[in-house]
Design a protein around this ligand. Structure first.
Ligand code: ADP
Ligand code: MG
Length: 716
């Protein structure tokens, strides 16, 4: 899958030059090994290699993790506590100190004419050689202790002028290091490497793009990212390098898109639409605007002889199933086969049942196959498939991918429910005729993430939910109010309704979710108001048929309350359930809570979602939960999640494999992402195999960083 490959972004070394003419001093270039830098030998070079830094180019592209602002110069007289401040002065007294523990420290006093500043460096007695009395020095640190001293300050001996400082008295870069490397040694090496190669590195961003977007030269950006002149220059450099990251990613997306959706690789499914019309006519409802739009977009895609790659995003309950069904009609009408892949057995059965119901009488054949099918049933279905019978097969991913042959598969529908594992793309798009691909997901995804992870998919969004649903109320409460929650639940149950209780696992460990759910069931059973009711348990460690039995009992109403770990995420449709209680709700992301809440409110009754903040939840966590009471729009909640928790925490996105950006920040770089996408799209459109000389560096960089997924795209 594309995004996972993008994680190798930094690691793959480009061809490394090791040649060294005997006698002559080595000529250093971007591909020279780090070990040939002055001050680094073969031994130290091993430490750099542990960081993946083999060549000078790698070194200058190892961007700082952060920067310390040590740019405030003050006089010793004016030093204040609590701030990173810098003093320039002369070393007065200096000497090694042996502590009682046997450690050799170093102490020096620094004077600037307005006072003297005591400094201590723990365990660094070797500084006696560097900071001898009389040396001009810059120290940056914070004042502490009764003596108003600096402990382990950053420092630098002043040789020329303050402009050339690397380690103190500036925005000091902090690089990620490893055993065997010091911050000072590393900065020194980066400085040298920058001086040698920064201006001769091939720039993967084509000159025309750089010019159109007023990007500073690559070399200047690299210099400023390591050793920024000031905060403004640093941000400009970050933007320059972030643009490059986003541009490369979007170029890959663009290339893949072109390769996968090449004309002629798929069958055009452009029948008269009579089958779809019959299904529509029999529907007990009319489609929402969002559903209509999605169907229109899909139908147009299917009518073309190049593979559709489309993602349909719509909240739980927005009616994606019928959209998928109408798509399948186009395939079957054309005498072809369609497959719907569900993530779990429960969902496959549920889908199968509702699709059969919706398709009844239309003449569309729907077959359901899951792991619990007998070998005989499986053989029978295989025979129909092999005979080329046009039909829609519903099953689980694994089964359809591994066990069945589809000679006439021309549409694959992947119901990811709450995930984005779009890996099926690669598997299906192997050789020959490629099926059209439709991915359904209930997880709303912010625009930047959509472009970062799925920029090669088209998007249909179903925003509204079908009318006729009951009202939905969300409340935030706390653990102390548990008795009230129990009472409320008892009232709902007395009115004939049902309830879900969802518990996250609090502890780590393989059986933690089970334990959490069991504890909760016991606690609820012991509450007098709930004595009369049946409580069931559903957790991730149950076998598929055990799960199904519990689900069936809940659906049939013999169980009144279902206590579950997050397995209810995966599709449970019980219209009579009107109460969703989420314990320790602060442990969930907003999108995840939104999806849990979507489990109720499916019938015509008023529904309630109660988010119970755990006793340890802080004020900020409570505040975050309150957002749930203010909006019912999944996209808004996803954006809020992105802002508050960052992209890695966005539910569903992590599994998709988020590209590892070092400079781009998805929480604020949306405009940059759009610019980069536009630029990359134009480049790919003009030069689909990147064969033009001005795209040579781009091509080489993509090959190196995204190796595999590109073979397909760049061949030719
Ligand atoms: P999801 O998007 O979560 O997969 P489903 O396709 O399961 O949603 O639809 C949820 C329920 O809404 C189903 O019972 C379905 O029949 C019903 N439904 C779908 N579209 C409409 C509509 N336009 N009007 C009314 N009910 C609808
Ligand atoms: Mg669904």
């Amino acid at each position: 899958m594309l995004a996972a490959d993008a994680e190798t972004f930094a690691a793959v070394p480009r061809g490394v030059s090791v040649e060294r003419r005997s006698g002559a001093a080595p000529r250093l270039d971007a591909r020279t090994r780090v070990q040939f830098l002055p001050g680094i030998g073969p031994q130290r070079a091993l430490a750099y290699e542990r960081l993946g830094l083999v060549t000078l180019e790698h070194l200058v592209r190892h961007f700082p993790r952060t920067w310390l602002d040590a740019t405030q110069f003050v006089k010793v007289r004016d030093l204040r506590r609590g701030e990173l401040l810098t003093v320039t002065g002369t070393v007065k007294h200096a000497g090694a100190l042996r502590t009682r523990g046997g450690r050799a420290d170093f102490a020096a006093t620094i004077s600037d004419g307005t006072g003297t500043l005591p400094c201590y460096w723990f365990g660094q007695s070797w500084l006696a050689r560097t900071l001898a009395p009389g040396t001009q020095v810059v120290v940056s640190g914070e004042i502490s202790g009764a003596e108003r001293q600096m402990t382990n300050p950053m420092f630098e001996v002043v040789e020329d002028d303050l402009e050339s400082l690397l380690h103190a008295g500036r925005l000091v870069p902090v690089h990620s290091l490893t055993r065997g490397l010091t911050a000072r040694g590393f900065r020194q090496a980066v400085r040298r490497a920058l001086d040698l190669v920064a201006d001769q590195l091939p720039d993967p961003v084509p000159a025309a793009v750089a010019a159109a977007h007023s990007l500073a030269p690559l070399g200047a950006a690299l210099r400023e990212i390591h050793f920024p002149t000031d905060a403004v220059a640093l941000e400009r450099a970050r933007m320059r390098l972030a643009f490059e990251e986003l541009f490369l990613l979007q170029a890959v997306m663009g290339l893949r898109r072109r390769a996968l959706s090449e004309e002629g690789r798929a069958l055009a499914l452009a029948g008269p639409g009579a089958l779809a019309a019959r299904v529509r006519a029999a529907l007990p409802f009319t489609l929402t605007q969002g559903q209509e739009a999605a169907v229109r977009e899909i139908t147009a895609d299917l009518a073309r002889p190049r593979p559709m790659l489309r993602l349909v995003v719509g909240d739980v309950g927005s009616g994606k199933t019928v959209v998928a069904l109408l798509a399948a009609c186009a395939a079957v009408e054309a005498g072809q086969q369609a497959a719907l892949l569900a993530p779990t057995e429960i969902l496959a059965h549920q889908h199968g049942a509702s699709l059969q119901r919706l398709a009844e009488g239309s003449g569309l054949a729907v077959a359901v196959i899951t792991g619990s099918a007998s070998p005989g049933e499986r053989r029978a279905l295989q025979a129909r498939l092999s005979a080329g019978e046009p039909l829609l097969v519903v099953g689980t991913h694994a089964l359809l991918e591994e066990r069945l042959q589809f000679p006439a598969l021309s549409l694959a529908i992947v119901d990811e429910q709450h995930r984005f594992g779009v890996r099926q793309r690669a598997a299906l798009a192997a050789k020959g005729v490629v099926p059209h691909l439709l991915v359904l997901t209930a997880t709303p995804i912010p625009r930047t993430l959509q472009l970062a992870c799925f920029g090669d998919l088209d998007l249909s969004v179903i925003r509204e939910r079908p009318a006729g649903r009951g009202r939905m109320v969300t409340r935030v409460t706390s653990e102390e109010k548990f008795p009230n929650v129990v009472e409320f639940m008892a009232r709902e149950l007395a009115a004939g309704r049902q309830a879900f209780v969802v518990v996250p696992s609090i502890e780590e460990g393989p059986r933690a979710d089970l334990k959490a759910a069991e504890t909760e069931v016991e606690r609820l059973r012991s509450q007098p108001p709930l004595r009369a009711y049946q409580l069931g348990l559903l957790h991730g460690r149950m076998k598929a048929d055990e799960k199904r039995a519990v689900m069936e009992a809940f659906r049939a109403g013999t169980l009144h309350v279902l206590v579950a770990t997050t397995v209810v995420e995966v599709g449970v449709d019980v219209p009579n359930a009107t109460l969703m209680v989420v314990e320790n709700a602060e442990r969930f992301g907003l999108t995840q809570l939104h999806q849990l809440r979507g489990r109720v409110g499916r019938g015509s009754h008023r529904s309630v979602c109660v988010l119970v903040a755990g006793s340890l939840a802080g004020a900020r966590a409570r505040e975050r939960l309150e957002v749930m009471t203010t909006t019912d729009d999944g996209f808004e909640l996803a954006e809020a999640d992105l802002r508050m928790r960052g992209p890695g925490e966005l539910w569903g996105v992590r599994q998709a494999g988020l590209p590892a950006f070092r400079m781009a920040d998805l929480t604020r770089d949306e405009p940059l992402m759009l610019e980069a996408r536009e630029a990359a799209t134009a480049v790919v459109a003009a030069d689909p195999h990147l064969l033009a000389p001005e795209h040579a560096a781009l091509r080489a960089t993509l090959r190196e960083r995204f190796a595999q997924p590109l073979e397909l795209a760049l061949a030719g």
